[in-house]
Write a protein that binds this ligand. Sequence first.
Ligand code: SF4
Ligand code: FE
Length: 483
Amino acid sequence: MAMMTGEQYVESMRKMDLQVYMFGKKVENPVDHPILRPSLNSVKATYDLAQEPEYEDLMTARSVFTGEKVNRFLHIHQSTEDLMKKVKMQRLLGQQTAACFQRCVGMDAFNAVYSTTYEIDEKYGTRYHENFKKYAAYCEEHDFTVDGAMTDPKGDRGLAPHAQEDPDMYLRVVERRPDGIVVRGAKAHQTGAINSQEMIVMPTVAMGPDDKDYAVSFAVPTDAEGIIMIIGRQSCDTRKLEESQIDVGNSQFGGVEALVIFNDVFVPNERIFLDGETEFAGMLVERFAGYHRQSYGGCKVGVGDVLIGAAAVAADYNGCARASHIKDKLIEMIHLNETLYGCGIACSAEGHKTASGNYIIDLLLANVCKQNVTRFPYEIARLAEDIAGGIVVTAPSEADLRDPVIGPYVEKYLKAAKDVTVENRLRILRLIENLCLGTAAVGYRTESLHGAGSPQAQRIMISRQGNLPRKKELAKRIAKVEE
Ligand code: SF4
Ligand code: FE
């Protein structure tokens, strides 16, 4: 099979035997659960769009393994153009779903593991790169969605992995067998884990020689024995059980995160990409994080486009679109959003070839990109709420609007500009609420802060990559300082 249609993807997820828990109960059918289904639809969009001739250039690429057409989410980047197309594809999907479409973590893991395993093999004569190439070709062949699992629970943040009171606070190897390893631990905030067929696990921090058992990277099917997923609650999640299309704001698409537990999961040798080479843990983390920080210059911008559009419609509906301060606020939102996009494109255009042959972004610019993402979506959301008005959080429900007794009051007193129906006004307000405060705020707001690493993680990289000594030299030369 080359590429799956969206429907084939949904059917393939139905066949998985995932151990998913939510509200203290096992979810027997995650695919059709009303709270979870919108998140599956977002991933489905990555398959649907790849089938459309209009988006072929962005959504697909030529496999480095077979030369066949593959979904770009499984592609090993071959040029800076590939890197830029990746960002454009993510903006497109953000625009189409107004949610996190989840499949990027696997793409970013693919490219980070590809180049890192090559360098480990060069140093140690290991076979990780061969392992990974075979695995990547297998995923391509089946057009899988792959979760990229990095973040450990981390326990006491002041202690290294091996020094934790509970040794499982970072995922680790608990047993080495001739045919493979057994791992235990957990990965937190796993975007799209429940909508993936496969999962690539990576370490979450740079490690020292004492952390040997923690420096491990591998791949497993998401329904491997011993894996349990606990769904993270989102603000307003149970509104999806109420069956009101209006009240949820975005009835079709969403994102999802889970805490993924690894209860002594067996990993065969051919699926291991790092095991004990501690000095490479940092490289893998840095590269994956760099790619994912680039990603945010695409996906958040696409979702931002929808939010800016919603704010502009809200202004039209309120009858105040011509007010100069409203126009100026919309300009500011566009300016901020395009600045993020500019960084996503810039770190891609300034990318370079790695020793393995794939392309990596400029790490300084990717970190600057993500640092801006920790701030600008908050300001864009603030301005959207400003333009929409307080009604964004005080509007009555759809049930009130439809009620024969109460409904006429809602119709009368929520009426704004001429020719605008109250229903349409509510739809737009609920979309803004969804993006700024509801289920999608996980992906648009808080994930902008913490996803792909919290702000301080980027500042550390910026300080490392920023080359301050060179800047000092420049200043001294211009000032003719002699020391
Ligand atoms: Fe992709 Fe953005 Fe979701 Fe990360 S947050 S998986 S980059 S859509
Ligand atoms: Fe993310």
